[in-house]
Design a protein around this ligand. Structure first.
Ligand code: NAD
Ligand code: MG
Length: 383
């Protein structure tokens, strides 16, 4: 029986993870759940999974949640950053699924590692901001960081049974998003609805916009650098519109291994939760005969400069990746709130990165300060 803490339980990854738990009640027990503010869903999850504790965004939400629950079936309710950290470090938990969105995931990730919990990592922003610190801490505490992101799960699976030193190239695949074939001139007119309408994957709002700008692939490039200890120069991004090959690893002898499946996050989530075993997720295999062909091509960096921003962040290191991430979070939220145009997202990220005075080898407080600076800078640019 594996004991789980699920951070971001009401999101796309969180709800898929709980579906897997439901399919395998003999394998998993849920001890802790967290959410920001979707209390109706969280309260249903509490009734179903009976966690010992939950954490929500703030004190008002905690009070509201307590009122929604029958006193005999009420778990311990905590809130705010300390509540999320407590959920991540909860006694008796073996594995923490980090599926909250954005920079808010960093401190809970460190709390979980500090408490010696294995990590199933969906929250890529954590590694983008502070990959060196997080991975060093994980090594020090001897905890596993198991990727949930489908591309990184794919690479991880291709590496199993091989030596990491023999992996000379990673091939990071991308669907290309809804605007794969949209001319640049039309970018300014893209609406929130167009951008949220991803062709292959159903995901939360933030990552859906990141997929549309290809910033998701930029974040994943940096995530891969930290997870696999490889230079970004040895990671090739490939547009693969069918989203069947989730990523590939090339080895010194010229062999390439690919991991495939239908575009669904459940295999990657379940593998991170049950590693090294594989669980039935109820999914069917891709219909290869109907697909006919799997295609690959290079991304168009002139239309999607996010990948160039991410490579620049990889080269410069220090606080620049955290700045890129924070500026992007502010820009995506502003686009979702209809305060800026789609094309402004690129300008905001690029201008904020250019204005930043980068600090080398920052500690955690240096990264948090850079994140704060970038949010303020991007916010002032929007005004
Ligand atoms: P989502 O928006 O669907 O869900 C986010 C969850 O985090 C919700 O439970 C929400 O309540 C919680 N949350 C939001 N803001 C918070 C805050 N400030 N503090 C605490 N909790 C907060 O997001 P998602 O699509 O499930 O993505 C979650 C993470 O997983 C992201 O980092 C994303 O990049 C990554 N990821 C998602 C997918 C996917 O298919 N959805 C795939 C790969 C990686
Ligand atoms: Mg991904």
């Amino acid at each position: 029986m594996k004991h789980l803490s699920i951070l971001g339980a009401t999101g796309s990854i969180g709800t898929s993870a709980l579906e897997i738990v439901c399919m395998h009640p003999d394998r998993f027990r849920v001890n802790a759940l967290t959410a920001a503010s979707n209390l109706p869903l969280l309260s249903r999850q509490i009734q179903q999974f009976r966690p010992d504790m939950v954490a929500v965004l703030d004190e008002d939400k905690a009070r509201e949640l307590a009122e929604m629950l029958n006193p005999d079936a009420r778990p311990r309710i905590l809130f705010g950053p300390s509540g999320y950290a407590a959920a991540a470090a909860w006694d008796g938990v073996d594995t923490v699924l980090l599926a909250m969105v954005g920079a808010a995931g960093l401190k809970p990730a460190l709390a979980a590692i500090e408490a010696g919990k294995d990590i199933a990592l969906a929250n890529k922003e954590t590694l983008v901001m502070a990959g060196d610190i997080v991975m060093a801490k994980a090594r020090e505490k001897n905890v596993a960081v198991l990727p949930v992101d489908s591309e990184h799960s794919a690479m991880f699976q291709c590496l199993l049974g091989n030596q990491t030193k023999d992996a000379t190239q990673l091939f990071l695949t991308a669907s290309g998003g809804p605007f794969r074939n949209t001319p640049r001139a039309k970018f300014a007119g893209i609406t929130r609805e167009d951008a949220l309408n991803h062709p292959n994957w159903s995901m939360g709002n933030k990552i859906s916009i990141d997929s549309a700008t290809l910033m998701n692939k930029g974040l994943e490039l940096i995530e891969a650098v930290h997870l696999f200890g490889i230079s970004h120069q040895n990671i090739q991004v490939l547009i693969h519109p069918q989203s069947i090959v989730h990523s590939m690893v090339g080895f010194a002898d010229g062999s390439v291994m690919a991991q495939m499946g239908v575009p669904d996050m459940k295999p990657a989530i379940s593998f991170a939760l049950s590693f090294p075993e594989r669980l039935d997720t109820g999914l069917v295999f891709p219909d290869f005969a109907a697909l006919g062909a799997l295609t690959f091509h290079s991304p168009d960096l002139s239309r999607f400069p996010s990948l160039t921003f991410a490579r620049k962040a990889c080269e410069r290191k220090g606080t620049l990746p955290a700045v890129m991430n924070a500026a992007n979070e502010v820009a995506v939220q502003a686009f979702l709130d209809r305060r800026i145009r789609f094309s402004d997202i690129f300008t905001l990220v690029s201008t904020t990165m250019s204005a930043h005075t980068c600090i080398d080898n920052p500690d955690l407080s240096g990264i948090i300060e850079a994140d704060r600076w970038a949010r303020e800078k991007a916010g002032s640019l929007i005004k």
